[in-house]
Design a protein around this ligand. Structure first.
Ligand SMILES: Nc1ncnc2c1ncn2[C@@H]1O[C@H](COP(=O)(O)OP(=O)(O)OP(=O)(O)O)[C@@H](O)[C@H]1O
Length: 856
């Protein structure tokens, strides 16, 4: 029995070996046939080359013989044909050049040699591409020559475009005229060039606009090389596929001068666009010899050292170096990976210029200053009488309390005059401070504020309201050089200081602002001034507002700019949020947005939005991996007190999260309240809103709540405010912008082309809310986008409805339905609070199987 088994086994082994021998023989035969065929093609190509070239010199003499040969004349040994390729070569040349394609028949020679070399495996070419390329060149050139050259060679024996070119050209010209023929040739040439290299785009652009400067990339990735490189190292046969010697340079070469690098990049780009391979000898010459030494049958000394200079960008320019050592007895593989962050990859190809976020709305015009009211005529001259009277009174009052002063200086602001007093020697500052009320009484004016001492100076300030205050028009602030030339990321022009200086803050640095003031003291105007100054400086692609207006009327004027500057929830009907439940959802959605942005920043290796956007602009981040230009988001919440009263912690918690974390990702909050009490402006909120704006408040307590000090109760209203950031508050007269002005600005913007919708915030699904069960989802009527959506989520490994919405430009409801179907199909997991759903399908194969199951 055992013996029988052994016999069977032996015979099987014998058969196997025979079989494999057969296979080898067949393979060898196949290879020989290919080689022989290739050789024939090359030789035939060379023969045609000789015939064609000789035809140009001898064709005239041979013409009559070729066209009217006596029977059997050409077959005779003493034929009179002068072509070096003999009568057959002359006939071929006569047929292919004059009879068919003219001079462009040389394309046949090129293809024959290319195809032959490829079959012989001397060089590797993509034959289909070469075939199509040669055919197009041949046909186009024959037309072009017939069109452009033939008319000038009327008495030559050669038809430069051949009969084909001549006839085709005649017919097309008869249909579309000579100019039409010319344009047709031009456009087909450009399209073909585009097919060959994307550089054509640049060349055409440059031709259309010569002052265009090419964005010099510092480096780029050749994704094909990156993807293949790992395999190349493991399978030597993959070395026979397309190789890019430039991409496999040793490190020193990588570090060569920028000029060389740029040249090489261009070469590499061309190489990647052209599938033409390099000769194998060339590869072996250029690559380190050990590159091909692996994976022979003898693995004892196999070493693979692979250099993948995937990225030539300076930060990530270090190539991944993988050293794999295998030996007998085998040693553990050893890998040194000087990792390049996946998202630091630079893109290449058609991306020749920095990304321009404004390009989507490239014709967008910023609002003009003439939309604002001009109050210039109203500025009153300094009332010297008033100034002298105030000075005398101050001196008199102080004297009556035994305080002598050595000098007094007045700075007249728009609504307040600051009297700067230098006390005589030996006068204690606290004494003056204690007399604040008495001085105010004797000056019989409200709103006296004593600053003792003025920070950084040894003087005491007494602020006295002007008898005739004048408003600070928004136009004067926005027209100021300071605003016009600002380099702030989010410039907020608040008004003018007491010394008539334009007062501006950078909201990006603020980074969150608390605005308080009793009713009617200028809060709404202040918020409008903030929004207006941002609208005058920012493009719709760079800034989005989330406006929360529980009073429902104050901010309705911004509704028209929804598609330009507003952000809203995917299912939000109005971009101006007035409903408390929507407020909670929106704030939570902003937290999701914040988390997503942090994720993007982390992947990109950036610390803040500015760095991130800069990288994106430089095309160092791959949009395919979810990267996109991030606009700043400014959240404006009016009547915050009302919200806290109705929604309490539901509002406070997300606000605090945003205030604590969102700065780096470009989300900034401005909250305004009439009631600056401690139950509304809690400790946590205060701690996270370092920039405070106080309009006049009702009591000293309120002032303390908002500014941590008294003073705001003494303001005079109408936009008189204190701005605190850091230690000392600055008194500012807020710029005035009234409703018709804002309406005009909104109208100006809304009339321009905008985005299709408002900026969509990510969805937020409340874990506790009663959402419909997925069991109810109808799987018999799958959405037409179901499969594509599944592939998208699998690719990104992120189960996000907003991703589906964005990619397919569909509404929230449809995206939500698709998501429910995906959950039901087991492709994504259940909702996961504010996070994206888990994708349960690992790859496309898995999906294909599930899809099959669904279709059955
Ligand atoms: N910066 C300013 N310059 C001149 N006048 C101003 C300024 N700000 C406000 N005012 C005047 O004060 C009035 C009330 O201002 P605003 O509507 O901004 O107050 P508010 O604090 O928002 O009040 P509420 O809380 O009741 O909405 C304005 O109609 C205007 O006449």
């Amino acid at each position: 029995m055992i013996k029988k088994k052994k016999e069977t086994k032996a015979s099987e082994t014998h058969e196997e070996s025979l079989f494999s021998k057969e296979k080898i023989v067949t393979a060898m035969k196949g290879e020989s046939i290919h080689f022989a065929l290739g050789l024939l093609m090359v030789i035939f190509g060379v023969y045609l080359l000789l015939a064609f070239t000789s035809f140009f010199f001898t064709g005239g003499a041979d013409q009559s013989l070729l066209e009217h040969p006596e029977p059997g004349e050409l077959a005779r040994t003493d034929n009179q044909i002068q072509n070096v390729a003999g009568p057959r070569g002359a006939q071929l040349a006569q047929f292919l050049i004059n009879g068919c394609f003219g001079i462009s028949a040389y394309a046949i020679v090129v293809f024959l040699i290319v195809a032959g070399m490829s079959l012989m495996k001397a060089y590797q070419f993509n034959l289909l591409k070469w075939f199509i390329g040669c055919s197009i060149v041949m046909i186009w050139l024959s037309l072009a020559l017939a069109f452009g050259v033939q008319p000038f060679l009327t008495d030559s024996f050669i038809y430069p475009g051949g009969l084909h070119g001549y006839n085709a050209c005649q017919w097309i010209s008869s249909q579309i005229g000579m100019p039409g023929m010319f344009l047709l040739l031009l456009v087909t040439a450009v399209l073909f060039a585009l097919l060959l290299t994307r550089k054509t785009i640049w060349v055409v652009r440059k031709a259309l606009r010569p002052d265009l400067s090419r964005f010099k990339r510092k480096g780029k990735v050749q994704p094909e090389a990156t993807e293949n490189s790992g395999n190349d190292a493991i399978h030597p046969e993959s070395a026979e596929t397309v190789e890019e010697p430039e991409l496999r340079q040793p490190e020193e070469q990588q570090m060569s001068s920028q000029a060389v690098a740029t040249e090489e990049e261009e070469k590499a780009e061309e190489a990647s666009e052209d599938t033409t391979a390099r000769p194998f000898e060339q590869e072996e010459d250029e690559e380190p010899s050990y590159l091909h030494s692996s994976h022979s049958n003898d693995t004892r000394d196999a070493r693979v050292v692979e250099l993948e200079p995937t990225i030539a960008e300076p930060v990530a320019s270090r190539p991944t170096v993988t050293v794999e050592t295998t030996s007998q007895p085998s040693e553990p593989s050893f890998e040194i990976s000087d990792e390049i962050h996946e998202d630091d990859e630079m893109l290449h190809g058609e991306l020749t210029q920095p990304y321009n976020p404004r390009l989507d709305l490239e014709h967008y015009q910023f609002p003009t200053l003439d939309l604002l009211k001009n109050y210039d005529d109203n500025i009153p001259a300094i009332d010297m009488e008033e100034q002298n009277a105030n000075k005398d009174r101050i001196i008199k009052v102080l004297r009556s309390f035994g305080i002598e002063i050595s000098s007094i200086k007045a700075s007249v602001g728009p609504t307040i005059t600051l009297y700067e007093i230098t006390p005589a020697e030996g006068v204690r500052i606290s004494k003056i401070r204690n007399l604040e009320d008495d001085i105010a009484l004797s000056l019989s004016a409200l709103g006296i504020r004593i600053i003792a001492p003025i920070p950084g100076k040894g003087t005491i300030g007494i602020e006295v309201p002007n008898a005739n205050p004048h408003i600070v028009p928004m136009s004067s602030i926005l027209a100021s050089r300071k605003f016009q030339e600002t380099t702030f990321d989010l410039p907020v022009a608040l008004g003018k200081t007491i010394t008539n200086e334009v007062f501006m803050v950078d909201l990006a640095k603020a980074p969150h602002m608390l605005v308080a003031g009793a009713t009617g003291q200028g809060k709404s105007v202040g918020l409008n001034a903030i929004v207006t100054s941002l609208l005058y400086k920012k493009h719709p692609s760079e800034l989005k507002f989330v406006i929360i207006d529980p009073k429902k009327v104050e901010f309705a004027i911004y509704a028209p700019i929804e598609r330009h500057f507003l952000a809203k929830l995917p299912d939000g009907e109005d971009a101006i949020i007035t409903d408390v439940t929507k407020v909670v959802q929106t704030l939570n959605s902003l937290c999701v947005e914040m988390d997503t942005r942090y994720d993007l920043l982390r992947k990109a290796g950036c610390r803040n939005i500015k760095e991130y956007n800069q990288k994106f602009i430089n095309r160092q981040l791959n949009p395919e991996k979810g990267h996109h230009f991030l606009p700043y988001i400014v959240i404006i919440i009016d009547e915050f007190g009302d919200l806290i009263m109705t929604a309490g912690k539901d509002v406070e918690l997300p606000i605090c999260r945003i205030a604590q974390l969102a700065r780096a990702v470009g989300i900034h909050a401005i909250i305004a309240t009439q009631r600056p009490t401690t139950n509304i402006i809690t400790g946590t909120i205060k701690a996270n809103f370092p920039a405070r704006v106080a309009f006049k408040v009702a009591s000293m307590m309120d002032s303390r709540t908002i500014l941590d000090r008294p003073g705001a109760q003494q303001l005079i209203g109408k936009g008189d405010m204190l701005y605190l950031q850091g230690n000392d508050p600055v008194r500012v007269q807020c710029a005035f912008v009234d409703t018709p002005e804002v309406e005009r600005i909104a109208d100006f913007i809304s009339k321009q082309q905008g985005y299709p919708t408002a900026f969509m915030l990510p969805e937020y699904v409340d874990e506790n809310s009663d959402s419909g069960s997925v069991a109810d989802v109808d799987m018999n009527r799958l959405d037409p986008l179901f499969e594509e959506a599944a592939r998208l989520l699998i690719y990104h490994q992120q189960g996000s409805t907003s991703l589906i919405q964005r990619k397919f430009s569909i509404g929230y409801n449809r995206a939500g339905r698709i998501m429910d179907q995906l959950e039901r199909a087991g492709i994504v997991g259940p909702t996961n609070g504010s996070k994206a759903r888990e994708v349960l399908c690992m790859d496309e194969n898995d999906l294909d199987m599930r899809m099959k199951g669904l279709k059955e």
